[in-house]
Design a protein around this ligand. Structure first.
Ligand SMILES: C[S@@+](CC[C@H](N)C(=O)[O-])C[C@H]1O[C@@H](n2cnc3c(N)ncnc32)[C@H](O)[C@@H]1O
Length: 207
């Protein structure tokens, strides 16, 4: 299921920050300084504070989305930028979660370790270590605004997912005009934008 290449991300979970940064360096992945900064910031924040601070806010988004999406048994899902695994916990289907923050993945590991069909990968969402069209659905909650070249990130999403893609983007980072520009630039056809007052994110459903 997983594809490996020189330029790709890591398959293993490693929770030692220095070791993790060395692995990135050793693999020669050129992490732009702000990508590395984002990673460091999430590591410093850690999974306990993340959940305390953001769990309720994220759950509002999950609940809107789960009311709009049907899952078929055995569809394999990618949780793109899964963080502490708050969304993975809610899903019965097989799920792969990918994130580059060991600090947040530690929390995800605690949540999924007794569950079947849940897999975690530490890696960079701009270099997804997966084959083309391998996932039936993809969920990306509040990740895109962290990336320097979101169009490239979206291209990777399209590459690995053959079915529905749900992407949420912080409203405070993108106004509606910017969001539409991003959708057009990334040639995202069949995109429905859901704007709900109770959600801090735009919710995009892409067929
Ligand atoms: C606001 S958090 C959202 C986490 C999770 N989706 C949720 O609903 O709680 C943004 C997540 O994106 C991850 N992230 C940011 N840039 C990334 C990158 N280049 N590769 C992998 N993960 C990244 C962060 O580590 C963090 O977990």
């Amino acid at each position: 299921m997983f594809k490996s290449s020189e330029n790709n991300s890591i398959f293993i979970l490693t929770f030692n920050k220095r070791l993790q940064e060395n692995i990135f360096d050793n693999l020669g992945i050129k992490m732009k300084s702000n990508k590395k900064e984002t990673q460091t910031n999430y590591n410093i924040l850690g999974h306990k504070i993340y959940d305390k601070r953001y769990k309720q806010e994220q759950k509002i988004k999950y609940s809107i989305i789960l009311n709009n999406v049907k899952f078929l048994t055995n569809e394999v899902i990618l949780d793109h930028g899964c963080g502490t695994g708050l969304f993975i916990e809610l899903i019965k289907n097989p799920v792969v979660g990918i994130d580059n923050s060991s600090g947040l993945l530690t929390g995800a590991l605690k949540k999924v370790k007794r569950k079947e069909n849940k897999y975690l990968v530490q890696g960079d969402v701009d270099h997804l270590p997966f084959r083309d069209n391998i996932f039936q659905k993809l969920f990306s909650f509040t990740v895109i605004q962290n990336l320097e070249n979101p169009s490239d990130t979206l291209m990777e999403i399209l590459r690995v997912t053959k079915g529905l893609k749900i992407i949420t983007v912080l409203k405070k980072a993108y106004d509606k005009k910017d969001l539409i520009c991003l959708i057009e630039k990334s040639r995202l056809e069949n995109t429905k934008i859901i704007d709900r007052e109770e959600s801090k994110d735009w919710l995009l459903l892409i067929k």
